[in-house]
Design a protein around this ligand. Structure first.
Ligand code: PAF
Length: 290
């Protein structure tokens, strides 16, 4: 039997999750919010949106799983925050019905050897700087879709490329789930909420909003050429002493390839290190705007 916490059921195995969620589908839509845990107000916004989409009779499922296959060997898998007691409380307050919280061995049993590779949208940006990252994301997300069988899944737009890769995987593999993207939730000074913000020192935290400021400047400038926008963002971020740019790129927001004459919207995306902490952010800009 699933464990119950308040009204939230906690399920630790794939079989139980599949059985439970399969049964719930008769009540109304099952809406999934996949997470790595260490939940914050950004996740709460996703859960509240999921609650609305599930309506009164449907069910919201949150998965909490720090997925090892999406972290590179030199990345922060080991130090990624694990805060299950707090996460569980936030889920209960947001009206979540089920938490799926498996062990690594449950998702990747001995002898696991099948992975999902999206080979186009995954290539630039984080795909370049974090080889194998999207293979890990696609593999775990498809597994979650197969286990939970959601009607809808909700993802944040802060991970703009992740959202695009998942949409492409779902389209290409005919996965019967609707993908919903949610705008990024920010601190008052513009810093995008992220579980990794907790790793920033006071000085790094004070400088981190430079990502948002630089991106807003590029969205609102009269300059139009993608290369000019990229340069402007790099220059602005470079003014923050502790920032080390991993990438800044201006791409077609639909294809995530270089802009062409057919591009209707640009995405300006960046990844920036503050010490060992890597932050990402993005902004969109209509091509005809200025
Ligand atoms: O965005 C995340 O939190 C993760 O990449 C996801 C989608 C839960 C897959 O592990």
């Amino acid at each position: 039997m699933p464990l119950c916490c308040g009204l939230v059921k906690i399920v630790r195995t794939a079989d139980r999750a599949a059985q439970l969620c399969g049964g719930l589908r008769a009540n109304g839509p099952v809406v999934l919010v996949p997470t790595l845990g260490a939940l914050h107000a950004g996740h709460v916004a996703l859960m509240l949106r999921a609650r609305k989409l599930a309506r009164k009779d449907g069910n919201v499922v949150v998965s909490i799983f720090v997925n090892p296959t999406q972290f590179g060997p030199k990345e922060d898998f080991a130090r990624y925050p694990r805060t299950f007691a707090r996460d569980r409380k936030l889920c209960a307050e947001a009206g979540v019905d089920v938490i799926f919280h498996p062990e690594v061995e449950e998702i990747y049993p001995e002898g696991f050897s099948t992975y999902v590779d999206e080979e186009r949208v995954s290539l630039p940006l984080c795909g370049k700087s974090r080889p194998g990252h999207f293979r890990g994301v696609c593999t775990v997300v498809l597994k979650l879709f197969n286990i939970i069988g959601p009607d809808v899944a909700v993802f944040g737009e802060k991970d703009f490329q992740q959202l695009a890769v998942i949409r492409r995987m779902v389209r290409d593999l005919n996965v019967p789930v609707k993908i919903v993207g949610m705008p990024t939730v920010r601190e008052g000074d513009g810093l995008a909420l992220s579980s990794r913000n907790a790793f920033l020192s006071a000085e790094e935290r004070a400088q981190a909003p430079v990502l948002r400021h630089a991106l807003l400047m590029a969205r609102d400038t009269l300059y139009k050429k993608p290369a000019e926008l990229t340069r402007m963002v790099k220059r602005e971020i470079g003014r923050a002493r502790l920032a080390r740019v991993d990438y800044v790129e201006t791409l077609d927001a639909e294809t995530l390839e270089g802009p062409t004459a057919r591009t209707r919207e640009l995405v300006i995306a960046c990844a920036v290190f503050f010490g060992r902490t890597r932050l990402i952010d993005n902004i969109r800009r209509k091509v005809s705007e200025k």
